[in-house]
Design a protein around this ligand. Sequence first.
Ligand code: FES
Length: 163
Amino acid sequence: MPVIRFLRENRDVECYPGENLREVALREGIGLYGVKGILGNCGGCGQCITCFVEIPEGCAPALSARTGVEDLKLRRRPDTWRLACQALVNDSLVVITRPQLGLANKDSQVSAAMASPLPPGPSSWPEPVATEAESESQSEGAGEECKAEPGGAEAVTTGDEAP
Ligand code: FES
């Protein structure tokens, strides 16, 4: 699985290839939004421009290509910024959340984060886990097979039964 190294939060988070960066961050409790985004964001539609993150040079290929929405919305922002809601994670990378706030010793922190290898992990989705209903129907089916096995006694009639 790709690993997202959230630099500001000092956390490594695993995700499946192709997962949306914003969704992974929210799921993991990463503080993706500043005050404006907390008070009101577009829910991942690419309209509010509050989910931007910085992707250090060298990590950009780990994400899906920049979308047209990003080209439009981020035209006055640094080229290293992305909208988390528009980016799909394909490989391990380093991410700086809320880049507008700045980060103390950013260059040295980025260098250290990039120097420490990110684990590669598997590159595909796992097999779906059977739901409870599916498990029950499978076990019921197994039980029926067991009932029918003892000599077929259930199906045998003698003709002596009372009406
Ligand atoms: S959540 Fe609004 S632009 Fe990403």
